[in-house]
Design a protein around this ligand. Structure first.
Ligand code: ADP
Length: 557
């Protein structure tokens, strides 16, 4: 038996492990599939943003793209001699100044220390097409020039081309003019960026063109990340949040305080993939739960059946023994009487009493067994009728009270002043009460108390049978109503029984439309509560009564 049990446990373990393993693998592959869809979608959007960033870069370079063609020596000479600015240089500045992306152009000589408050800057005046000395210029122009100078110091030694372009972190673009032959810096140009134009007329439309379409599900933002400020959004209804931004694209070489960010959260492809992921996980979860539930159910049922089989086998042995005992007593007494050897009147009476008592015991046992069999098969012929519960319990105590008191029990009965009626079979109810009282007697070795009480609450009547006996541990409370179940306890083991009484009680209670519950404290006592619907039509019970018909139908099943 034990070998089979171990085998069953092993099988259950393997089955559960297999389910968990397979589920884990499936969850992993579902997630991977979703992740790859997300990554693919992110990759597309990343490319788009990177393209836009490159376009922005070219856009800034465009007005000065021919700067390398300028003759730097000529420019240097004109600066050194304070002579006229070469025409091609002025022409390039004029073209750049007409471009709305810049709002002003400044020129600084290499050794001009404007950042220290010394020297002056020249500003290109498009009207006179010349560089004019000026004293007022925005601070960020000085910052931009200062930064360009610092960075050029580092770069000039490995310089390859005629010009180097440095975009500063602020709102201007600085260019160093370099004479390649002797690595000399001739001066710096600073182009002030027209932010309004850049954002609303250039970058904004560019972003909207790629992401403005609601179908794309992507929102792109232009952010000043140092200040956490949103400068442009392709969807003003979608509020920017740092956690939501899946992609971050800086502008290489320029606009260091700004970057492009995008959230692909509402992308329809991702939404579909996410929905299908959740649906698949849901279906899989439910299936797995069902599978595990079914396996555990089968396992528990098999265990229960095994226990029932063991208990039944024990019961059969027990019952055979119990049936044989009264038979043996009756056989011996009958034999003595039949021999005619017993003449003494008292002994004759005693033998007669033995036979009578034992035959009653035998009958009771057979009745009990039949009750179980009938109740099991649902063939108990119930004779339901309205019963006055107070009266029933009182008459039960009248006939059994003396015997119980003789066995040392204190009896208490609290009748219900409402005198409730129930619609039930009297014999059944007697059997129920009898079994419960018998148990109270059997399992109360010291504090011998039996309390019966009746109470009506709304449409229900409660009959309580209470004892101060051994009580029942919580783990056993659910099972004591099972057929053949007996508590395996040193104290209860001393009492004879077959584990049938409570099973009969529960069956009969249910057959009579009632319900039984138990409250018990180990070593303190137990209270069994029977609950029946109150029968209100007891004055004129008739066959048309719906409850009566309902009960009758139930019985006939
Ligand atoms: P039996 O009494 O023949 O064993 P029952 O079905 O009547 O069978 O009871 C099942 C088990 O429930 C008993 O073996 C006993 O352990 C426990 N039990 C029943 N009634 C009581 C009670 N009033 N107090 C303590 N234990 C009880």
């Amino acid at each position: 038996m034990n070998k089979y049990l171990t085998f069953r446990w092993i099988l259950l373990g393997i089955g559960l492990a297999a389910i968990v393993g397979l589920t884990g693998m499936n969850v992993y592959s579902l997630y991977s599939l979703h992740r790859s869809t997300v990554n693919q979608s992110l990759e597309n959007q990343k490319h788009q943003l990177s393209d836009i960033s490159n376009q922005v870069r070219s856009r800034f370079r465009q007005p000065v793209q021919d700067i390398w063609k300028l003759n730097m020596e000529e420019i240097q000479l004109s600066i050194e001699n304070n002579g006229p600015v070469p025409e091609p240089f002025l022409e390039m500045l004029s073209i750049a100044s007409k471009d709305s992306i810049f709002s002003a152009i400044y020129f600084s000589e290499p050794d001009c220390m404007v950042c220290n408050g010394e020297g002056q800057l020249q500003r290109f005046d498009p009207e006179s097409n010349s560089l004019e000395w000026v004293n007022d210029y925005p601070d960020f122009v000085i910052d931009g020039l200062g930064m360009a100078k610092t960075r050029m110091l580092g770069l000039v030694n490995d310089y390859r081309w005629k010009t180097r372009v440095i975009f500063d972190t602020h709102r201007s673009m600085s260019i160093a003019l370099i004479k390649p032959r002797d690595h000399a810096i001739i001066g710096y140009l600073n182009f002030v960026i027209n932010e309004d134009y850049f954002i609303s007329r250039y970058l904004g439309p560019l972003l909207s063109q790629s992401f403005g379409d609601n179908q794309s599900g992507t929102t792109a933002w232009l952010i000043n990340w140092t200040r956490g400020e949103v400068l442009f959004s392709t969807d003003i209804t979608h509020e920017y949040s740092r956690r939501e931004a899946d992609i971050r694209q800086p502008f290489s070489d320029l606009l260091h305080d700004w970057d492009l960010r995008a959230s692909v959260n509402h992308n329809p492809v991702l939404a579909t993939s996410r929905a299908s992921l959740y649906r698949n996980l849901g279906v899989m979860g439910t299936t797995v739960l069902f599978l595990i539930g079914a396996m555990v159910f089968m396992f528990v049922t098999a265990q229960r059946e095994r226990h029932l089989a063991v208990r039944q086998a024990g019961f059969l042995a027990n019952v055979t023994h119990e049936l044989k005992t009264p038979l043996a007593v009756m056989q011996a007494a009958g034999e003595n009487l039949a021999d005619g050897r017993v003449k003494d009147k008292e002994r004759l009476i005693s033998y007669g009493e033995h036979i009578f008592d034992e035959s009653i015991r035998l009958r009771q046992m057979i009745d009990k067994l039949l009750d179980v069999a009938k109740a099991d098969a649902g063939r108990l012929a119930l004779k339901t009728r309205p019963l006055a519960l107070n009266k029933m319990v009182r008459s039960y105590l009248d006939s059994h009270g003396a015997y119980l008191e003789q066995r040392g029990f204190t009896l208490q009965f609290k009748a219900d002043p409402d005198n409730p009626f129930i619609f039930a079979d009297e014999d059944c109810l007697n059997t129920i009460i009898n079994n419960l009282v018998e148990n109270a007697v059997k399992y109360s070795p010291s504090d011998k108390f039996i309390g019966l009480s009746i109470k009506t609450d709304q449409n229900l009547v409660y009959l309580k049978i209470e004892d101060h006996g051994l009580g029942i541990q919580r783990k056993d409370q659910k099972r004591i109503f099972d057929k053949f179940y007996r508590v395996e306890d040193a104290l209860t083991a001393k009492t004879k029984g077959h584990g049938l009484g409570l099973s009969i009680v529960r069956n009969l209670t249910h057959l009579n439309g009632g319900h039984i519950t138990l409250k018990s404290t180990y070593r303190k006592g137990s209270v069994f509560t029977l609950q029946f619907p109150v029968y209100t039509n007891h004055e004129t019970p008739n066959n048309n009564d719906k409850r009566a018909i309902g009960a009758a139908e139930y019985i006939n099943k």
